[in-house]
Write a protein that binds this ligand. Structure first.
Ligand SMILES: Nc1ncnc2c1ncn2[C@@H]1O[C@H](COP(=O)(O)OP(=O)(O)OP(=O)(O)O)[C@@H](O)[C@H]1O
Ligand SMILES: [Mg+2]
Length: 157
């Protein structure tokens, strides 16, 4: 399994930016980790890497933030506050998951039914005694991301 350590919030954004260069339209990323793990920081890096210049706030209250000024559009979800899949279906937000953009979902566990089979799960855990995090990359449903192994090896554990 591909995994790497990330020592700071800045390093997390840098990793996100590097990762963004490998992503293609249609890619869906599931970000797994407790509150404050760094899911939004990673997404911030992805958005920056795609070319988003303005603020990249957490979508905790908006559920979805869409950025269209980058190399590819970026759909950043946070489902923490939703009650379940019905809420996304009723509002039509489920249609914003898969498409010719990059999609990243925080708190995806809230609506498993709506997740595509083929996606990349990224699990973020705190490392003891500091700001370090461990990231594990789990491709699902035959997801492939050429170049990811090389990117990860550059800063691997
Ligand atoms: N190595 C690190 N990687 C990412 N964030 C870090 C790291 N070290 C410290 N931090 C800090 O931890 C916090 C992570 O916050 P972030 O909003 O990204 O978490 P989150 O996983 O999105 O949480 P939530 O579930 O509440 O949305 C930020 O304040 C960030 O500066
Ligand atoms: Mg967040």
């Amino acid at each position: 399994m591909l995994k790497t350590a990330v020592e700071s919030a800045q390093a997390m954004r840098a990793l996100g930016a590097a990762l963004s260069g490998l992503l293609r339209g249609g890619d869906v990323l599931l970000l797994t980790g407790e509150m404050g793990a760094g899911k939004s920081e990673l997404c911030r890096g992805i958005a920056r890497g795609l070319g988003v210049e303005g603020p990249i706030p957490s979508p905790t209250f908006t559920i979805l933030n869409v950025y269209q000024e980058g190399r590819l559009s970026f759909h950043h979800f946070d489902w923490y506050r939703i009650s379940g899949p019905e809420e996304l279906l009723e509002s039509g937000l489920d249609e914003q998951i898969e498409g010719p953009w990059i999609c990243a979902i925080e708190w995806h566990e809230r609506a498993r039914e709506l997740l595509p089979e083929r996606c990349l799960e990224i699990i973020i855990d705190r490392l003891p005694g500091g700001e370090g995090r461990e990231l594990r990359f789990l491709p699902r449903g035959g997801f492939e991301l050429p170049g990811l192994d090389r990117l990860i090896k550059e800063g691997s554990l």
